[in-house]
Ligand binder design. Structure first.
Ligand code: 4NP
Length: 155
């Protein structure tokens, strides 16, 4: 059975779709496509159905990457259905666990930056109201964290 990974941020249009796309890329590069299934979601529902944010897609395009996806809202059944849930920041972490019984799913919800190998950031910063360089930083950070995550999960 493939391991099911869910990346979660606030809007599911900037950070978590970037994480999902980057993780899928690293999984493909290592020919591990039959071992993992990736998805992403937002704790908020404002952007449901929307593709990744244009600024995020532009930053990706500059690196030759094509970020795809359609936003959806995180729901309590995701806590049961996924094996590992990666929160981009502490608010996301708290909001994810608040949808389940206290303590029950604490083991499968992790902070994305716990898997960083080079960066010292503790959270993936929300780039939505910031400048273009924020989107580049998110991509750098996520390549680092996704690499560490894949390393930790590899058979
Ligand atoms: P994300 O960024 O959580 O990385 O997708 C945001 C997207 C939208 C909003 C905030 C953050 N918003 O307030 O609409």
């Amino acid at each position: 059975m493939p391991k099911k990974l869910l990346f979660v941020c606030l809007g599911n249009i900037c950070r978590s779709p970037a994480a999902e796309n980057i993780m899928n890329l690293l999984i493909e590069q290592e020919n591990l496509g039959d071992r993992f299934v990736c998805d992403s979601a937002g704790t908020g529902g404002w952007h449901v159905g929307a593709p990744p944010d244009k600024r995020m897609r532009m930053a990706a395009k500059e690196r030759g990457l094509n970020f795809v996806g359609s936003a959806r809202q995180f729901e309590s059944k995701d806590l049961q259905e996924f094996d590992l849930i990666l929160a981009m920041d502490r608010d996301n972490y708290r909001n994810i666990l608040s949808l389940g019984p206290q303590g029950k799913y604490a083991d499968k919800v992790k902070m994305m930056c716990d898997y960083c190998q080079n960066h010292t950031d503790k959270e993936v910063p929300d780039p939505y109201y910031g400048h273009a360089d924020g989107f580049n930083h998110v991509i750098d950070l996520l390549f680092d964290a996704c690499g560490g995550l894949l390393k930790s999960l590899k058979p």
